[in-house]
Design a protein around this ligand. Structure first.
Ligand code: NAD
Ligand code: UGA
Length: 475
């Protein structure tokens, strides 16, 4: 204790996912004097985090394996010992998944808080005398009240040393983006801490002060903090839907969406970030967080506000459909029995995450139309594609297949060989560096490239027989 401010020596983070893993790795690297235990119910995930071979970590993030190598088994530990590690901790982070509810009240909109609630119950049962509980997961505004109620009504009010338990709840939402998570964590735009207990806020602030300048750490009340996270994601997604809506206007008028984005984005009030058109936003959070916001607005009787934000998701769905339709229309109205190379399955570059990837929807549409998809991605595990699209077709005799199928390819040339079309869906750097003249010579003609990420520089393309469609342009 320092003037009443608890000194945090032991952290437990519940949830070893895309947020829990990298976030705790960075805290461990920056604060070697704090012991950090990341716990998870998923045995496989934990053993992957403990894997000797750093290439087998459960998530791919540039810079992550280097940090894991330094901190793991020094002051960073991954295990399934949830009860034990909670009981040893001064501070517990809740970093579990909060997906959209699929059943019951609020299905399709509200966040499913069953995992958060179960964490709160475990903390209530196993925590010691004084514990600071930090919401790291993205949560509906006022969830801290639910967590507090569970903690305060705990049946086991006495800890193992017969001391009376007490809890403080803080909101500390995470703003990292996948693919740049380590950089975002090391150099955050801001760290947001919401809460009522000033000493607990200071204890968490002291951890961040090890590497984040004080001016970047802002404190608010609990509800502003919870709501700000949802609103930040809603604003970012709104920009993507805005530019995607503009992409269709550009295609119809001869304007070029890149030029429009540059011209508009140079206005310092608007800015150029998040104005890259694409096949729609993916990832586990944008859609679920906006739907959650919509649900909250409806619950509050703010129907117009709910409708406003719902449109952001509607445009996103429309963009994916419109791309599938463009492909089919350009390939003479049918893709049945045609080999189509699909380059990129992750929802964005530099991640192996496929949650809500636009590639899934577009692949499903094309398989429904009878296409033979040859999917390539440098990092995605084929098991994730199987979970999305069903079993992989491993037959050799392609053109004898009567219905839509897909197969996975490690080598781009193999995926492209004999294909009628290439669709670029993820902005991986390796796709920017492709020698298109060489690659397209392997295709069946007439051949098409559908570039939904604008990775191709048309000037470098000398193959006059090739048809190129680039999103948001009249190419
Ligand atoms: P994730 O699914 O990758 O990881 C969550 C982990 O929690 C899983 O491994 C799961 O097994 C574990 N878990 C669930 N319930 C548990 C319990 N009771 N005890 C122990 N382990 C349990 O999810 P994620 O992508 O890390 O997201 C976590 C939260 O962070 C979500 O609320 C999300 O909205 C938010 N968030 C995510 C990102 C991102 O980039 N993925 C960024 C900012 C915020
Ligand atoms: C996003 C936010 O950027 C993070 O701040 C937030 O913490 C996180 O969600 C979360 O809460 O989960 P993330 O989903 O990892 O991060 O990735 P983004 O870079 O935001 O991209 C989201 C999607 O929008 C991707 O499919 C991406 O390709 C697309 N996008 C992004 C565009 O199509 N155009 C752009 O200009 C930017």
């Amino acid at each position: 204790m320092n003037g009443g401010v608890p000194l945090v020596k032991n952290i437990c983070c519940i949830g070893a996912g895309y947020v829990g893993g990298p976030t705790m790795a960075v805290i461990a690297a920056k604060c070697p004097e704090i012991t950090i235990n990341v716990v998870d119910v998923n045995q496989k995930r934990v053993s992957d985090w403990n894997s000797e071979d750093l290439a087998n970590l459960p998530i791919y993030e540039p810079g992550l394996s280097e940090i894991i190598e330094i901190a793991r088994n020094r002051n960073l530990f991954f295990s399934n010992e949830i009860a034990k590690k909670i009981s040893e901790a001064d501070m517990v982070f809740i970093s579990v998944n909060t997906p959209t509810k699929t059943k019951g009240l609020g299905a399709g909109l509200a966040s499913d808080l069953r995992w958060v609630e179960s964490c709160a119950r475990q903390v209530a049962e196993f925590a010691k005398e004084r514990t600071i509980v930090v919401e790291k997961s993205t949560l509906p505004v006022r969830t801290a009240q639910v967590i507090k109620s569970i903690l305060d009504s705990s049946t086991s009010k006495i800890d193992q040393d017969k001391k009376i338990k007490s809890f403080s709840v803080l909101s500390n939402p995470e703003f990292l983006s996948e693919g740049t998570a380590i950089d975002d964590l090391e150099f955050p735009d801001r760290v947001l801490i919401g809460g009522e207990d000033k000493l607990a806020i200071e204890a968490l602030t002291n951890i961040y002060l090890n590497w984040v300048p004080k001016t970047k750490i802002i404190t608010t009340n609990l509800w502003s903090s919870e709501l700000s996270k949802l609103i930040a994601n809603a604003f970012l997604a709104q920009r993507v839907s805005s530019i995607n809506s503009v992409s269709a206007i550009c295609e119809a008028t001869g304007a070029d969406v890149r030029e429009v984005a540059d011209a508009v984005g140079m206005d310092s009030r608007i800015g150029r970030n998040f104005l890259n058109t694409g096949p729609g936003f993916g990832g586990s959070c944008f859609k679920k967080d906006i739907l959650n916001l919509v649900y909250i607005c409806k619950y509050l009787g703010l129907e117009e506000v709910a409708n406003y934000w719902e449109k952001v998701v509607e445009i996103n769905t429309w963009q994916k459909k419109r791309i599938s339709q463009k492909i089919v229309q350009n390939l003479f109205g049918t893709v049945a029995g045609k080999k189509i190379a699909l380059l990129g399955y992750a929802f964005k570059a530099n991640t192996n995450d496929t949650r809500e990837t636009p590639a899934k929807t577009i692949a499903e549409d094309l398989i429904e139309e009878g296409a033979i998809l040859a999917i390539h991605d440098p990092k995605v595990d084929v098991v994730n594609i199987q979970n999305d699209l069903g079993p992989e077709y491993k037959g050799i005799d392609y053109y004898q297949v009567n219905n839509g199928v897909w197969s996975y390819y490690d080598v781009i040339e193999e995926a492209v060989k004999g294909a009628d079309a290439i669709i670029i869906l993820t902005d991986w750097d390796i796709y920017r560096r492709i020698n298109w003249d060489k690659i397209t010579s392997l295709m069946r003609y007439p051949a098409w490239i559908f570039d939904t990420r604008l990775v191709i520089n048309k000037e470098n393309l000398n193959n006059n027989n090739l048809n190129l469609w680039q999103l948001g342009t009249t190419n």
